[in-house]
Write a protein that binds this ligand. Structure first.
Ligand code: KG4
Ligand code: ZN
Length: 343
């Protein structure tokens, strides 16, 4: 089974061909056109512009992903939500057109389900990849979502906690803007933080107790804004680095605290998977791994390979592979686009 996968939920136009090998997804081709440079001029994603850019990029990316493998796929998968409505419509229209004209199976994939299955993608050149064991705790940290998801079986997801306001990635982007750094803020904060003191500023952790699995990141952003407002301008580079380092540390501490809380409450969990755009953050990856090793050394810690943390189509193809193995295809005629689709 070879699946052509398409992802256009936000500002990346992506296509991939993924096949199944030993009950795991194997990436055959993978292409992404990022709109980051264009959106960074305005400091964030402009939904209408994102949709128009998908119109431009999608045929090019589809050609790239299917070159040399043209006609050699047996099904098509696409992200149908959550995401920006105009952006989603582009990918879904293309996927439905392909499924109907070729008369092949169609898979409607939830964007968060896609991020979850990025943990089942083996890193490049890895000889001994051990996929997550179920039940797994999935820590989704992206630009639009922050959620702890308990995955009992393939295709069965239970949300244990989520953010009440901003997502972790959104907080990175907003704090970056306060520090005059370009969009997307995550990688910029991360670079700056390397030169700063992690404990220079004490920042708040919301729902800071041993039980809560809920997140909130608007308080920390407001706190950083207050600090910045009170500082004499221009702010010296070393002070900005201290703010970035303290912020990154507090976000990593918050996510780790909630993850460890969930592990305490669900002792049967065998693996923790860190996925989503913010999972590309190296400080968070190592901080969380260390906290899990300290509290539950028997639990395996798996992160999505770096290149598949931010939006891509390989993760959509991986989800469809598991649907093919353990579930069923969807009828493209009745599948709708849902910008607020829950996992
Ligand atoms: O998963 P993603 O590509 O899109 C959504 O589904 O939202 O995540 C994008 C988010 C952005 O907020 C971006 O700032 C953040 O991921 N991000 C990072 C890093 N790389 C991307 N945040 C922290 N550190 C990074 N290295
Ligand atoms: Zn995403």
């Amino acid at each position: 089974m070879r699946i052509l996968a398409i992802e256009t939920s936000c500002d990346e136009t992506a296509a991939a061909i993924v096949e199944v090998e030993n009950y795991l997804p194997k990436i055959i081709t993978h292409a992404v056109a990022s709109q980051i440079e264009i959106h960074s001029a305005t400091g964030g994603v402009i939904p209408n512009l994102a949709a128009r850019l998908h119109v431009e990029n999608l045929p090019v990316i589809l050609k790239k992903a299917t070159e040399n493998n043209r006609e050699r796929f047996d099904a098509v998968a696409v992200t149908t939500g959550p995401g920006l409505i105009g952006a989603l419509l582009m990918g879904v229209t293309a996927a439905k057109a392909i499924a109907s004209t070729k008369n092949i199976p169609f898979y409607s994939i939830n964007h968060l389900e896609g991020h979850i299955y990025s943990a089942w993608l083996a890193p490049k050149n890895s000889k001994k990849f051990a996929p997550p064991q179920l039940p797994a705790l999935i820590v989704i940290v992206s630009g639009g979502h922050t959620e702890l998801v308990l995955m009992h079986r393939h295709g069965y997801f239970e949300t244990l906690g989520s953010t009440r306001d901003d997502a972790a990635g959104e907080a990175f982007d907003k704090v970056a803007r306060l520090l005059d750094l370009p969009y997307p803020g995550g990688p910029e904060i991360s670079k700056l933080a390397q030169h700063g003191d992690r404990h220079a500023y004490k920042l708040p952790i919301s729902f800071n107790d041993d039980y809560s699995l809920e997140f909130s990141f608007s308080g920390i952003k407001a706190h950083v804004a207050n600090i910045i407002n009170k500082l004499p301008k221009p702010i010296p580079a070393h002070v900005k680095a201290d703010i970035a380092a303290s912020f990154e540390h507090t976000v990593a501490e918050t996510i780790s605290l909630k993850t460890v809380n969930a592990l305490e409450q669900f002792p049967g969990i065998k693996s923790v998977c860190l996925v989503g755009g913010v999972a590309a953050n190296t400080y968070l990856r190592s901080f969380l791994e260390q906290k899990i090793n300290q509290s539950r050394p028997q639990v395996a810690f798996i992160t999505a390979p770096l290149e598949y943390c931010t939006d891509n189509a390989a993760m959509v193809g991986a989800s469809a592979i598991f649907r093919h193995l353990f579930g069923h295809a969807d009828d493209w005629r009745s599948v709708e686009v849902d910008p607020n689709k829950a996992i």
